[in-house]
Design a protein around this ligand. Structure first.
Ligand code: SAM
Length: 306
């Protein structure tokens, strides 16, 4: 019998809390009937499935400047973990993230991420494959990075969800964000870019938009075409293919392939055979790896060949 994890109303929309097995919290989306992380541990999952399997943790530890795209920023758990490790190892990190429903900062604050991430880093570190232990305490650093994030969040987003004029749009962002006419009036989702310096080392480029509406083809010919083939890793953390099939389509995954450099990685918790087939069809070398302790048996690593 899978463990019963009680769902506690957050007071926001259709979202409940779940306390996961490593003590960290995640969210449950009542309308989609999906959680933001596996119940085995939100932080542990981020650490194993994204940081470790992608090779990003190793790069940060080796001081190699790194660029990542996270699809589905959600609670900011993976962002905060990656940004804090980059700051700890003093390694430059360019973090791109796409999210079409930014969570209210109060909700992110209630997740108490610094405390939980710090706990998992201290206790759980050596469960990582390879020997990339991350066992120091980083509480102060976590807190600082989260505060930079939430301050920027407050400054750049009005309560109605629209970005203010403080937002900065670089060339690439303007190109990607030619959203088109599919946005109906009164749609409160955000369609903007928030560019934030989270620490000396970490820059966040948050594309607040529906990823399926981005104009990828404009990157090809525009002044930002140099970005193609540059990313070190894609953290593909969309809801499941059953809940959001459009996020697992061949055309969208092919854009991820084009963004990655040779040797770059796409990691995800999803090992569905049709997803693996699509990735292999695009040219990725896809392999299943063991999942985090107590969680999914297998997760996926897809590497763009050299
Ligand atoms: C599994 S959760 C991601 C969890 C996240 N990585 C974290 O650490 O909390 C999936 C996320 O994808 C976002 N999402 C769903 N459809 C999207 C779309 N079409 N474009 C951009 N983001 C989307 C959801 O709002 C949700 O935050």
């Amino acid at each position: 019998m899978p463990p019963v994890r009680p769902k506690i109303p957050t007071g926001f929309d259709h979202l409940d809390w779940i306390v996961t097995d490593d003590g960290s919290r995640t969210l449950w989306d009542r309308s989609l009937k999906e959680s933001y992380h596996s119940g085995c541990g939100a932080v542990a999952e981020s650490l194993v499935v994204y940081l470790s399997n992608s090779g990003v943790l190793k790069r940060l530890q080796q001081g190699l400047s790194t660029s990542v795209l996270e699809v589905g920023l959600g609670t900011c758990t993976t962002l905060l973990l990656t940004a804090t490790l980059a700051a700890r190892y003093q390694t430059p990190l360019d973090y791109w993230a796409v999210e079409d429903r930014l969570l209210p900062p109060e909700l992110i604050r209630q997740l108490d991420l610094p405390r939980h991430i710090d706990g998992v880093l201290s206790e759980n570190a050596c469960r990582l494959p390879d020997d990339h232990c991350v066992s120091d305490s980083d509480f102060a650093l976590l807190d600082t990075v989260l505060e930079s994030l939430l301050r920027g969040w407050h400054a750049d987003i009005r309560p109605d969800g629209e970005a203010t004029s403080a937002q900065h749009q670089s060339e690439v962002e303007r190109e990607l964000l030619h959203i088109g006419s599919s946005i109906s009036p009164g749609d409160h989702r955000h369609h903007s870019v928030i560019d934030l310096q989270l620490s000396d080392e970490v820059r966040l480029h948050l594309i607040a938009a529906d990823i399926t509406q981005l104009k990828w083809e404009r990157l090809e010919t525009g002044p930002s075409s140099h970005l193609l083939g540059q990313l070190d890793a894609v953290f593909y953390d969309a809801f499941s293919p059953e809940a959001t099939p459009q996020l697992w389509s061949q055309p969208l995954l092919s854009e991820m392939y084009r963004l990655l450099r040779a040797g770059g990685t796409l990691t995800t918790y999803c090992v569905k055979s049709h997803v693996r087939k699509t990735l292999t069809g695009l040219g990725f070398d896809a392999q299943r790896l063991p999942g985090p302790v107590g969680g999914k048996r297998e997760v996926l690593l897809a590497v763009k060949p050299d």
